[in-house]
Design a protein around this ligand. Structure first.
Ligand SMILES: [Zn+2]
Length: 289
């Protein structure tokens, strides 16, 4: 048995058919190439979800791992050096095309695992389009820090205070320390929590821990250097490899649980409830292909 057999790209085409026959699920890590402060490399948002997905999928026999999509949507980071940004519509269409390629070959359950905050809303749109175009396919997405298991662990281990768990902050730095401490320069890890005195407009905390008076109803993303000095949004100085190990384990457990649920999710046929046939193009604008 090949130890890489969970990697989609390692299959031959007859093995692709076998995998479809066995109803294997597909997991796709999606990331970005983007500045994460002075202390972290540009690959944080791709390396973390890739590692979480690899660890999880490797231990399952019903799932395949597609290679990581490394570039995402980050025009608001282009005031910082290094980022590679993909236009929002190009990114959405690219992800749709990846999804419908898999659907075309017969895969029915596709899960995108996101590692970059500003991909989230676009991935949600892309997965919807795959489901609309292929009614027999279930395409889903999650951002890994949104897993309940991760949030629970963060509440236990975090020290950086409200809004400390943002971009390049306590969570991402800790997980990177766990995966590859040699690539993190903790001497340069800073706390950059620029909290405006405003309950509606404040820093994002991935774990949802804000000041008690803060609302999360409003979403706004201005240019990065207008609210961050170092590129960090959070508290990188509070990061440790031990916290990272706990967060990483929570993420792999959480993803494993999601995949259990996904495997069990029934795929039912659409039932057209109209009294007459409306399956013409004019009434069916949601399947462009
Ligand atoms: Zn990040």
């Amino acid at each position: 048995m090949n130890e890489d057999e969970f990697r989609y790209e390692k299959l031959s085409w007859p093995e692709v058919n076998d995998a479809v026959e066995k109803e294997k699920m597909i997991v796709i890590p999606v990331g970005s190439t983007e500045d994460h402060g002075h202390h972290l490399p540009l690959d944080v948002d791709q390396r973390l979800p890739a590692a979480i997905c690899e660890k999880t999928v490797r231990e399952r026999d019903d799932t395949l791992l597609l290679s990581t999509l490394p570039h995402g949507y980050l025009p608001h980071h282009m005031d910082m050096p290094g980022g590679i940004t993909i236009r929002w519509d190009t990114f959405v269409n690219y992800v749709i095309d990846v999804g419908i390629s898999l659907a075309h070959h017969g895969f029915q359950r596709i899960l995108l695992v996101n590692g970059h905050g500003s991909n989230h809303h676009l991935l949600e749109q892309a997965t919807r389009q795959v489901n609309l175009q292929y009614p027999g396919v279930r395409c889903a997405m999650l951002s890994w820090w949104d897993l309940e298991e991760v949030k629970e662990t963060l509440r236990e281990v975090r020290d950086g205070g409200p809004q400390g768990v943002g971009h390049g902050g306590e969570m991402e730095t800790s997980v990177y320390l766990h995966l590859a401490a040699e690539d993190v320069d903790m001497e340069q890890a800073t706390r950059d929590v620029n909290v405006p005195d405003n309950p509606y407009f404040h820093n994002v905390d991935f774990a949802g821990e804000n000041r008690p008076e803060d609302s999360t109803a409003v979403t706004m993303m201005p240019w990065w250097t207008t609210f961050s000095e170092t590129g960090v949004m959070g508290d990188a100085s509070a990061a440790t490899a031990e916290k990272g190990a706990a967060i990483f384990e929570a993420a792999t457990n959480g993803l494993d649980n999601v995949l259990d649920g996904f495997a069990a999710y029934p795929i039912r046929e659409i039932v057209d409830k109209h009294p007459r046939d409306v399956s013409d193009d004019a009434y069916n604008p949601f399947r462009p292909r």
